[in-house]
Design a protein around this ligand. Structure first.
Ligand code: ADP
Length: 412
């Protein structure tokens, strides 16, 4: 009986080994391209990945032409485009010859050659499939005609199939990594939440114990009760914020989606913050341009945008500071700006502010209460209704948070 050679030690084993050693997409594709060159004796190899939204093929790995961005339209005019759209592999002996035997639509697109400064003559290309879906094309190239045999073409197809499997595994691995990250953030959040809730509740308990002992001293008893109410309010605020974020995240509509007058909301938010501003000795000024167009937005959620930005501005500004809430028309929409003269944000941390649970180091170190959830919710709301949000800030001097919402009238 014929003895089969052991699989280990074969070229395919080393292909699998080197591919499975890579779990990230980019190095995997690089390993695929390197193997294509080695296995087929190709001079260059390119992996195109498809971007269906922009109808493009992007040369993600182009061995031999590194550093040059390679983008071609996703159409049947180019070999890579044809392979991607038809799902068929192809071997071409002379790219400059007549390609109509394969398909009348197919022609060698020398835009790619010109882009990378390379004159391709021999070419093998195969689709890359992940879970049955074509995600790109693997090409092996040579500047001389007739360099690839039918066997080479088959090897490239096999390599493409193996690469697809490896990318599938890499995708699953990434999913697991993402899930782990979500899990980690969830448990961080639960820790934080437990801490945030435990502390005021323990305080309430202690104050209540004292209050019970203060029957003989109504003034002291009253003072303790007032502190209990304050602490209880903090817990309620935290829980409300959590509920708000969770509602926003689930995409629920709280009120009615209709054209909303943003200047009215701004004025109402400022009225709602009078107590907080007074307690913190921060002056709040309103600058409302009544010509501001309304925005079509959930009228149950919209107030949250104002109250969050305004309460942050007051919270993160020291006594004697000023907060300005401005609403005016801007570029077919409305611009809401909240300026403050507060603590600002350290420059490296600005881009993290809209991430769940993120609190800037200067906010945490000052012991200002917070959950790092408010801006996440504001961003979700604003973006859901076609708007944008941003911030500029100077550490120690102040910040400007802005929101732009598109104008939306009845019938839009
Ligand atoms: P919270 O204020 O509850 O921590 P937010 O999501 O509203 O959560 O804000 C996230 C972080 O952004 C804050 O913890 C703080 O570090 C920073 N931040 C928000 N608004 C301001 C502001 N006006 N000035 C300085 N820092 C701010």
């Amino acid at each position: 009986m014929e003895q089969r050679p052991p699989f280990r030690g074969t070229a395919w084993y080393s292909i699998l080994e080197s591919l499975l050693g890579q779990v990230d997409r980019e190095p995997t594709l690089r390993a695929v391209a390197e193997l294509a060159c080695k296995e087929l004796g190709a001079e260059r190899a390119t992996v195109f990945l498809v971007d269906r939204t922009r109808r493009l093929l992007r040369g993600t790995v182009a061995l031999g032409t590194e550093g040059r961005p390679l983008e071609i339209p996703l159409d049947e005019d180019s070999v890579a485009g044809w392979v991607c759209l038809t799902g068929r592999a192809v071997r071409i002996d002379d790219a400059r010859g007549d390609l109509s035997a394969f398909d009348p639509r197919l022609r060698h697109d020398d835009r790619v050659d010109r882009l990378v400064g390379y004159a391709t003559r021999s070419l093998c290309a195969t689709p890359l499939r992940v879970r049955g879906e074509i995600i790109g094309v693997l090409e092996a190239l040579h500047p001389e005609p007739g360099r690839f045999s039918a066997q080479d073409a088959e090897r490239l197809e096999d390599l493409g199939a193996v690469a697809g499997l490896v990318l599938h595994v890499a995708g699953l691995y990434q999913d697991i990594k993402d899930l782990r990250e979500v899990e980690r953030r969830k448990s961080d959040f639960i820790d934080l939440l437990a801490h945030e809730i435990k502390e005021p509740i323990a305080a309430v308990q202690m104050l209540a114990d004292f209050a019970m002992e203060m029957e003989q001293d109504p003034a002291e008893r009253h003072r303790l009760l007032a502190r209990i109410v304050l602490r209880a309010r903090q817990v309620t605020a935290l829980v409300n914020e959590l509920l708000e974020v969770s509602r926003v995240k689930r995409g629920l509509v709280l009120g009615e989606v209709r054209p909303v007058d943003l200047t009215e909301l701004a004025a109402a938010a400022a009225r709602g913050m009078e107590d907080l501003a007074e307690r913190r000795a921060v002056t709040v000024r309103l600058e409302l341009d009544r010509a501001t167009p309304p925005a079509r937005i959930d009228d149950g959620l919209a107030p949250y945008v104002f109250s969050n930005l305004l309460s942050n501005a007051i919270k993160y500004t020291d006594g004697g500071g000023t907060v300005r809430l401005c609403v005016r028309p801007e570029a077919e929409g409305a611009l809401i700006e909240v300026f403050d003269t507060g603590i600002g944000v350290p420059p490296g941390e600005l881009r993290h502010l809209f991430r769940e649970f993120y609190r800037a180091s200067n906010a945490r170190s000052r012991g200002v209460d917070g959950t790092g959830l408010g801006l996440v919710a504001v961003k979700e709301i604003v973006e859901r209704y076609g708007g944008r949000i941003g911030v500029d800030s100077t550490l120690g001097k102040g910040s400007r948070f802005w929101v732009w919402l598109p104008a939306g009238r009845d019938g839009d």
